[in-house]
Design a binder for this molecule. Structure first.
Ligand code: URA
Length: 229
């Protein structure tokens, strides 16, 4: 099932390269037959790809990206290698609970990275996403922020979390939002409200169902990853 042929991905959204390797990993995590240990292992591999793509994101769309400076080094052959070094300071912020599954992948790529947390849940009365808790690095305003949430469904929690970051003086164009799977509805709502945020997505799915699950999706990511119902 695809159903996304007529959808124009906004320029702020960068899909991971749609390789056979990624398709194979996605096939495993999407199957309802996949046991939890495999779900964790293969989801972690996709998360690593997302973090690497987010770190080395290029300026192809004219948007901000992690700044690099030229850096030349001598190799053991005493020849010069013309390389680069990263300049920007980064941190992560996970949207609890499912976003916490992406923290380890970020740590593996960015040593001793600071990671904040935001808890947003649907208010029983208003049905609107409500902020319950946030704990962010003190100097977050001067950092690039990797916002972590595996599934971009309606975009409600992601938008509320992004607003929390802006309220803490993070620059909108310093936010890089990482998802494994996104829906057109969620992407459009998010991009309309925060056009300067860069989004990196593993795969784009067709739509949401009535219960706001992504279709075809992978079910409830947090429950499958953390082993709850
Ligand atoms: N969150 C999930 O875990 N899965 C979905 O399909 C949508 C939101």
């Amino acid at each position: 099932m695809s159903g996304t042929e007529n959808y124009q991905l906004p320029k702020q959204v960068q899909l991971l390269p749609q390789t056979t390797q990624l398709k194979g990993l996605m096939t495993i995590i999407r199957s309802k037959e996949t046991p939890r240990s495999d779900f964790i292992f293969y989801a972690d591999r996709i998360i690593r790809l997302l973090v690497e793509e987010g770190r080395f994101i290029s300026d192809i769309h004219g948007l901000n990206h992690l700044p690099v400076v030229e850096k030349n080094v001598l190799t053991p052959t005493l020849a010069e290698y013309n390389g680069i070094a990263f300049e920007g300071r980064i941190c992560g912020v996970s949207i609890m609970r499912a976003g916490e599954a992406m923290e380890q992948g970020l740590r593996e790529c960015c040593r001793s990275v600071r990671i904040g947390k935001i808890l947003i849940q649907r208010d029983e009365e208003t049905h609107q996403p409500k902020l319950y808790y946030s704990k962010l690095p003190k100097d977050i305003a001067s950092r690039y922020v990797f916002l972590l949430d595996p599934m971009l469904a309606t975009g409600g929690s992601a938008m509320q979390a992004t607003q929390v970051l802006l309220d803490n003086n993070v620059k909108e164009d310093h936010i890089i939002f990482l998802n494994l799977i996104g829906s057109p509805e969620g992407i459009d709502a998010f991009v309309q409200r925060f056009p300067k945020v860069k989004i990196v997505i593993g795969e784009l799915d067709a739509c949401l169902n009535e219960e706001k699950y992504i279709i075809p999706g992978c079910g409830d990511f947090g429950c499958r990853y953390f082993g709850t119902d």
